[in-house]
Design a protein around this ligand. Structure first.
Ligand SMILES: Cc1cc2nc3c(=O)[nH]c(=O)nc-3n(C[C@H](O)[C@H](O)[C@H](O)COP(=O)(O)OP(=O)(O)OC[C@H]3O[C@@H](n4cnc5c(N)ncnc54)[C@H](O)[C@@H]3O)c2cc1C
Length: 412
């Protein structure tokens, strides 16, 4: 992002406009078919990413040394404006680029940056996050997946869960405990783990909405070389903190590393305005009011995100302010789901027997309403961060913070 560029944003925009028109297909705005397996969507995303790379429009804000273009967020914004009517590899935005590659860029080794970021930008690899565990995700520093030193290797054992799109990934950033005799935040190390390494068992989780976007993983004596360590041994919390910052920032719409606007078509979400049209209620004053409310909050969310990102960049606000973005994004997403359901009325229930119409989709989308206040750390944790780190309120008591992790009492 800091590399100088000789091409102005306007010239870049015009060049992108012409290239997109000649090389990318118009965006398919139809709701996606409700299919059981979306692996084909991932293959398509990789192909689209390869096309962007060959055309010279991939990794706009990543440094040239790692396969990107070394341009500014303003260039990325211009590209986002120009590309919104075209098919884009939106699946790769989160977590591959905006969370995992961004974290590697901050704290990875030269080899990790060159190999993993480069491969992702070329469309060859997908990255995911192995953080949350069956024992709980909010207390991330209390995790119990372990990596033990064995000669010049590490041996990984444990279990992770809720890993978004891990089934489509090549590598995962995995936080593990490497020292049990120091307080919980100090004994962690981050590893880059091949998602299909010997000893990794991965299962897809089917949710009530029918979605299978999450996986659970079991690690049984997975052998990792020293070069798999991201950052310092024992410095995993520093790496995870960068990762969580990038996660909140990107979920809140503040990342310069996402390319293209909108969400992947696979998500069974519908906008209140589309449901209103489908239900023949676009002229109903009460429905128009609801649609207006959703549109207004989403505009406020976008503009607040832009303002908070500028404030973090200039140092006016600390990076903990990314929790504000994450909170507002969840409010807006949940209002959308609530109003889509309300407008769909009884028609929403048709989703229960697989009606792919928009009213049925409003019902299906509502089933995953809560995910917006869980993913990227829960709303309660985000409020804790805002109160403690932005408002300077007293820290939440944590009796296990300063004692060796081996002495912390844990459920079995
Ligand atoms: C859409 C989505 C995508 C996700 N993607 C990934 C991923 O790619 N990789 C990954 O590793 N994980 C992922 N997760 C998991 C996510 O990080 C966890 O769900 C989240 O951290 C909460 O952990 P938990 O579900 O174990 O709930 P718990 O931590 O068990 O929390 C349960 C409830 O208790 C509340 N609570 C807990 N501690 C406190 C506290 N100190 N103060 C107040 N309230 C508290 C929580 O807010 C929550 O309401 C994803 C989740 C979702 C929904």
């Amino acid at each position: 992002m800091t590399e100088s560029t000789t091409e102005s944003v306007e010239d870049f925009r015009l060049r992108a406009r012409a290239w997109l028109a000649a090389n990318m297909e118009p965006r398919d705005v139809r709701p996606p078919a409700l299919v059981d397996d979306d692996v084909h969507e991932w293959l398509a995303a990789r192909e689209l990413q390869k096309r962007l790379y060959e055309g010279g429009f991939a990794g706009i804000c990543f440094p040239r040394a790692y396969g990107g273009l070394g341009l500014t967020p303003a260039h990325q914004e211009a590209f986002n404006d120009e590309s919104q009517d075209y098919e884009m590899p939106l699946h790769l935005n989160i977590p591959t680029f905006a969370i995992c590659a961004a974290t590697l860029l901050d704290v990875g080794s030269e080899e990790q940056k060159r190999d993993r970021i480069g491969a992702a930008i070329r469309g060859d690899e997908v990255l995911c996050q192995f953080l949350s565990e069956p024992g709980g995700g909010s207390d991330l520093a209390g995790l119990t997946t372990r990596a033990d030193r064995d000669g010049d290797h590490w041996i990984l054992n444990g279990a992770k869960t809720w890993s978004t799109s891990a089934y489509a990934a090549d590598w995962g950033l995995c936080l593990a405990r490497t020292d049990w005799d120091v307080p919980k935040h100090q004994g962690l190390t981050m590893f880059l783990v091949p998602a299909k390494a010997p000893g990794v068992t991965m299962n897809r989780i089917r949710m009530v909405s029918g979605s299978r976007e999450f996986c659970e993983e079991f690690f049984d004596d997975v052998v990792l070389p020293d070069s798999a360590v991201v950052g310092e041994v024992g410095g995993g919390w520093t790496v995870a903190s960068r990762q969580l910052f990038h996660e909140r920032n990107s979920l809140g719409g503040g990342s310069p590393y996402t390319s293209g606007r909108g969400r992947p078509r696979m998500l069974p979400k519908v906008a209140p305005v589309d449901v209103a049209r489908a239900a023949g209620l676009a002229g109903d004053p009460a429905v128009r009011e609801m649609v207006g409310e959703a549109l207004a909050l989403s505009a406020v969310q976008r503009q607040t995100a832009a303002r908070v990102v500028r404030a973090m960049e200039s140092g006016v606000l600390p990076l903990a302010a990314s929790s504000l973005l994450r909170l507002l994004a969840a409010e807006s997403a949940q209002l959308n789901d609530d109003l889509a359901l309300k407008i769909a009325g009884a028609g929403a229930a048709t989703g229960a027997w697989g009606d792919p119409g928009l009213q049925g989709r409003a019902g299906i989308g509502f089933l995953s309403r809560q995910s917006a206040s869980l993913g990227g750390g829960t709303t309660e944790i985000a409020r804790n961060i805002v109160s403690e780190r932005l408002l300077g309120m007293p820290r939440e008591p944590a009796p296990d913070r300063d004692i060796p992790f081996s002495q912390v009492r844990r459920g079995r």
